[in-house]
Design a protein around this ligand. Structure first.
Ligand SMILES: O=C(CO)[C@H](O)[C@H](O)COP(=O)(O)O
Length: 219
C-alpha cells in the first residue's frame, strides 16, 4: 500500500516567544501535522509544555496536532490533552505498564492512538499491541532534547517494523520517526519505510523553514 509521506515539524525547536508565528510559518510551508512534545522531567530529563499551551495553539492552526507524551502516569493527563485539542496522542511503551488500557483510553476519546519506542527497545515489546494502534513512533534519538544526531540503527528497526506490519496484514498502521532527521539524511529515512517524518531543528533551525519543508516534500 503506497502512503503519502507526511512532514511533522516539532515545535520543540520553534521560538517560543513567537510560537504562533512559527506554527503559521510551517503551515504555510506545507507541513502536514504539528508535532507537540510533552516532557515531565521524570521519564525524560527535561520539562516542556502541557495542555495550557496546546489549548492556545489549537486556536491558530487547522493542522492535526500530534501530542507525543514523554511522561510517566500518562493516563492521568490524556483526557486533559484530548480536551485541549490533541488529534493524535502517543505514549511510550517504556512508561506505560498497562499499555493496552492506556491505548483504549486514547481511543475512547476519539483520538488517533500511537505507541512509541525508545532506540534501545526491541520491536517485540509492541508486537501484541499493534492491532490496537493507529501509528508507531520510532525514536531515532534518546528522547528529551532536540538537535541530537539520528541513531542509524533505528532505520533498520523501521524496515523490520514495515515487514512485520506487512506480515500481519496491518499495513494501515503508519510509521513515524522522531529525532535527528534533516535534509541530508531524509532520503535514507524514506527508503527505510517511514510514513511520517518529525523534524525539529532540521526545519526551525534552517535559514528558511518554508524552503526546507518544500525540499523535504520534493524528496
Ligand atoms: O521528541 C523529541 C525529543 O525527545 C523531538 O521531537 C525530536 O528530538 C525532534 O527534534 P530534532 O529534529 O531536532 O531531533
Amino acid at each position: 500500500m503506497q502512503k503519502k509521506i507526511q512532514i511533522a515539524p516539532s515545535i520543540l525547536s520553534a521560538d517560543f516567544s513567537q510560537l504562533g508565528d512559527d506554527i503559521r510559518l510551517v503551515e504555510k510551508g506545507g507541513a502536514d501535522i504539528i508535532h507537540y512534545d510533552v516532557m515531565d522531567g521524570h521519564f525524560v530529563p527535561n520539562i516542556t509544555i502541557g495542555p495550557l499551551v496546546l489549548n492556545s495553539i489549537r486556536k491558530i492552526t487547522k493542522l492535526p496536532i500530534d501530542v507525543h507524551l514523554m511522561i510517566n502516569h500518562a493516563d492521568n493527563y490524556i483526557p486533559e490533552f484530548a480536551k485541549a485539542g490533541a488529534d493524535w496522542i502517543s505514549v511510550h511503551v517504556e512508561a506505560c505498564p498497562h499499555l493496552h488500557r492506556t491505548i483504549q483510553l486514547i481511543k475512547s476519546l476519539d483520538k488517533r492512538a500511537g505507541v512509541v519506542l525508545n532506540p534501545h527497545t526491541p520491536l517485540s515489546a509492541i508486537e501484541d499491541i499493534l492491532p490496537d494502534v493507529d501509528f508507531v513512533l520510532i525514536m531515532s534519538v534518546n528522547p528529551g532534547f532536540g538537535g541530537q544526531s539520528l541513531i542509524k540503527a533505528c532505520l533498520d528497526k523501521i524496515a523490520r517494523l514495515k515487514n512485520l506490519l506487512i506480515q500481519k496484514n496491518l499495513e494501515h498502521i503508519e510509521i513515524e520517526i522522531d529525532g535527528g532527521v534533516k535534509l541530508d539524511n531524509i532520503q535514507s529515512v524514506i527508503d527505510a519505510g517511514t510514513d511520517i517524518i518529525v523534524s525539529g531543528s532540521g526545519i526551525f533551525n534552517t535559514p528558511d523553514p518554508i524552503a526546507t519543508i518544500h525540499q523535504m516534500k520534493r524528496l
